[in-house]
Ligand binder design. Structure first.
Ligand code: NAP
Ligand code: HSE
Length: 428
């Protein structure tokens, strides 16, 4: 008879408790599907006395996650504490040193230390799995690593932070400004303990770094990502973009170009009728282009107890079945160092500006754009609130450098009431 697979679960918050529930509720199902009993031996969190809504008395309690990771009766260390460094990294390293496999949902740790951890795991003959780290319940790591393994991937893109998508879609539907919906998201418990991880695009950047590594065979390169958050997206931009048939998304794009690996996470306009444009609330979507498969679109819940625990347990089931994959889809020592490349591919842009309402103002702006080689596709001027007039321009495809030249020249004029907003339009 095959021995049970014994888990040590460190972290009993949203995800950890979700994992405990699935192990209990689906014991028979898990055994039927993996051929083994899956059991929890011991658990760890900071506060042993906290009421977590379910009894944990069946499990040993370890106050130190490192001790938990090293226990002889733990086969798989399940790291669900979070944080790039500190106890999560320390206990993960301790588990690998002790020859244990690791399952984690920790995107920050993998984006920043994934290469070193993968090398450590491989040297120790251990496996690290992390389906829950990217896009919650969507099995995108599995899709890239396994189902699409025979493809040369040309692009990975998507909406990978549910909180930002919630804020942007709620702003559009409610007509309320960013600050109000940010507070609402906070009250609903959607924001990370450090909200800049969400709204600053960092959490989504961590996820993009992980996907890029698997897709392009490069070491995770979080530092190489151009990141801009959603803090400066105004209700006016959302409204105007909508009027012009677009929606604003915090969109991650990674693609290998002749110049290197382009990775960016920034607010972009996407066509409102595209799959990404129709994405509502906290839902995530990842779009993958491969040479053989063409394009696939994965959509689903990006966070929450059930979806994230589902992904963690998918990894646990793989280990129970004996599936042992290299962390980022190929041996860590074979991964190339990423060579970061800024985006130079032309794209259309959305520009919003407040112009002084005086003769020649619009002509001056049009002429500056023309001088920088930026061609106007569409333009609208809305009702003024003297002395300024809001003007929207959608450009034809242009390079970011040509646009930046034009934006700098505009700011040097006496017709701009405030700094112009420029958002890339991504065709999907
Ligand atoms: P959480 O609700 O804040 O729970 C964190 C848990 O870790 C708590 O039980 C906490 O203990 C424990 N912990 C923190 N520091 C510890 C330490 N030094 N020693 C022992 N235990 C410690 O977090 P979560 O939302 O479950 O997230 C867990 C991981 O999953 C993170 O890496 C997160 O990024 C990732 N993730 C979460 C989601 C989601 O929807 N929540 C989705 C995808 C990925 P106490 O309870 O005693 O304070
Ligand atoms: N803060 C993350 C989000 C949680 O909003 O998507 C899931 O990783």
């Amino acid at each position: 008879m095959t021995a049970p697979l014994r888990l040590g679960v460190a972290g009993l918050g949203t995800v950890g408790i979700g994992v405990v529930k699935i192990v209990r509720q689906h014991a028979a199902l898990l055994k039927a599907r993996t051929g083994r009993d899956i059991q929890i031996t011991a658990v760890s969190a900071r506060d042993a006395s906290k009421d977590r809504g379910i009894s944990l008395s069946a499990y040993d309690w370890e106050s130190d996650p490192v001790t938990l990771a090293r226990r002889d009766d733990v086969d798989v260390f399940v790291e669900l504490m979070g944080g790039a460094d500190g106890p999560a990294k320390g206990a993960t390293e301790a588990a690998l040193d002790a020859g244990k496999d690791v399952v984690t949902a920790n995107k920050a740790m993998l984006a920043l230390h994934g290469q070193a951890l993968a090398e450590k795991a491989e040297a120790a003959g251990c496996v690290i799995r992390f389906e829950a780290a990217v896009a919650g319940g969507i099995p995108v790591i599995k899709a890239l690593t396994e189902g699409l393994a025979a493809n040369e991937v040309s692009r990975v893109m998507g909406v990978m932070n549910g909180t930002c998508n919630y804020i942007l879609t709620r702003m559009e539907h409610s007509g309320l400004p960013y600050e109000d919906i940010f507070k609402e998201a906070d009250n609903l418990g959607y924001l990370e303990a450090d909200p800049t991880l969400d709204v600053g695009g960092i959490d989504a950047g961590h996820k993009l770094a992980i996907l890029s590594s698997i897709a392009f065979g490069t070491r995770p390169d979080f530092e190489g990502i151009e990141i801009e958050g959603i803090e400066r997206v105004s209700i006016d931009d959302i409204r105007h973009a909508s009027d012009m048939g677009f929606r604003i998304k915090l969109l991650g794009v990674a693609q290998k170009t002749g110049r290197g690996l382009e990775q960016r996470m920034q607010p972009c306009l996407v066509p409102a009728n595209s799959p990404l444009g129709q994405l509502e609330g906290g839902t995530n979507m990842v779009v993958i282009d491969g040479d053989a498969v063409d394009q696939i679109v994965l959509r689903g819940p990006g966070a929450g107890e059930g979806p994230t625990a589902s992904a963690v347990m998918g990894d646990v089931c793989d280990l129970a079945r004996g599936l042992r994959l290299a962390t980022f889809g190929q041996p860590a020592t074979a991964l190339e160092a990423a060579s970061p490349a800024k985006s130079i591919l032309p794209a259309p842009y959305y520009l919003r500006m407040e112009l002084m309402d005086k003769p020649g103002a619009l002509a001056k702006i049009a002429s500056i754009l023309g001088n920088s080689g930026v061609s106007i596709d569409r333009m609208r001027q809305y009702g003024h609130e003297a002395p300024t007039a809001p003007v929207l321009i959608v450009t034809h495809k242009t390079t970011r450098s040509a646009l930046d030249e034009a934006l700098a020249a505009m700011e040097a004029t006496d017709v701009m009431a405030s700094a112009p907003v420029a958002l890339r339009i991504e065709t999907v």
